[in-house]
Design a protein around this ligand. Structure first.
Ligand code: FE
Length: 350
């Protein structure tokens, strides 16, 4: 009995010494990130951050609204330190719900272009993407292509495909049209587009599937043109999936509204949670995401446009070339999100 007690106290002592020397493995520095982004390549970056700083990164994945609701419900007790949303509009909504705190970082305000960040520093754009046309060159002539709005013309009847209005990417496209030209203009676009939706092989025009599924529909002949985000072309080309590769190789990319209001761009964005218990580590993590190293990873691994202007675009993006983007602060996407969704519903965009 005595020897057992001695053994126990020796192991306890060793445990205490180990904790003093190496830090408590369960209580070391760590941050929890609530993220809507769903790209495997992000995890490589989180690991690199841990390697460089010793700060472990726990990820909680969900779509934007459940994450925002959870932050609100947890309040001061939240486990979250950082919020990443695939669409800048989501961060703007988080800001308006008082879920974020301003980030004090000269590096971030210096490196992130003004239109890609909150004027009050509650969120910063992290990676940029454009919402473009992807079309079948045997069924669409380049001279037919001009603007988002032109897709509502009779010549496009039954030829256009895009995903559901539940999806934030299309909601933000609509929000951008509201910002640029007002609600009546956006309504005309939504109604005209729905009217020109392609009839699928199952006989319906109801949108379904993700951006990649729309491109595959165009390849399969269900439609002639899809509206989708640029990075998915790169993801498809490198997917290892024969159909996705064929679609991405066959279809052409077109940047709309070049002579008018610019192509719709959006950004994944990041902010520090208002009730974080670790402001310093959270800020360090956000700065890491905007570092040249991380930005290079986003563009070469996920084919997004870097937000840090010191980082070169991936080759694929350079092949498409420079383009004119919509000129607006991305907070407008959050500001008009509710109306955008309502107008889409009223237009019958399912
Ligand atoms: Fe996406």
């Amino acid at each position: 009995m005595k020897s057992l007690l001695l053994l126990l106290s020796v192991t306890t002592l060793i445990g205490i010494l180990a904790a003093c020397q190496f830090g408590n493995p369960s209580g070391g520095d760590s941050i929890t990130v609530f993220s809507e982004r769903h790209y495997d390549s992000d995890h490589v970056l989180y690991d690199r951050f841990t390697d460089q700083t010793g700060i472990r990164v726990n990820i909680v994945h969900h779509s934007a609204d459940p994450l925002l609701n959870r932050l609100e419900n947890e309040g001061e007790d939240t486990i979250a330190d950082v919020l990443i949303i695939a669409d800048a509009g989501g961060l703007e909504r988080a800001k308006n719900r008082h879920l974020l705190r301003p980030i004090e970082s000269a590096f971030l305000t210096d490196v992130v272009p003004e239109n890609l960040r909150d004027p009050d520093n509650h969120w910063f754009g992290m990676t940029m993407r454009a919402r473009v046309f992807v079309y079948h060159p045997e069924r669409v002539g380049a001279s037919e292509l001009s603007t988002y709005e032109a897709l509502t013309e009779p010549a496009w009847h039954g030829r256009v495909i895009t995903r559901s209005s539940e999806n934030i990417y299309n909601q933000s496209l609509m929000a951008s049209l509201i910002e640029i030209a007002g609600e009546a203009h956006a309504r005309d676009f939504a109604e005209g587009l729905v009217n020109n939706f392609a009839v699928r092989l199952d006989g319906t025009t109801t949108p379904r599937g993700n951006d990649r599924a729309q491109a595959i529909s165009v390849l399969a002949g269900e439609a002639d043109l899809a509206i989708m985000n640029t990075y998915y072309i790169g993801v498809m080309l490198n997917s290892g999936d024969a159909t996705q590769i064929e679609a991405a190789q066959t279809l052409e990319v077109f940047f709309p509204n070049q002579a008018t209001t610019g192509t719709h761009v959006n950004a994944s964005a990041v902010g520090v949670v208002k009730h974080t218990s670790n402001v310093e580590a959270a800020t360090q993590f956000v700065e890491f995401l905007l570092s040249e190293e991380a930005q290079r990873h986003f563009t070469t691994s996920n084919y997004e446009y870097p937000v840090n202007p010191n980082v070169e675009w991936a080759d694929l993006l350079n092949e498409w070339g420079a383009f004119n983007a919509q000129d607006m602060n991305l907070s407008a996407l959050g500001k008009h999100n509710r109306r955008a969704k309502e107008i889409m519903d009223e237009a019958g965009w399912r």
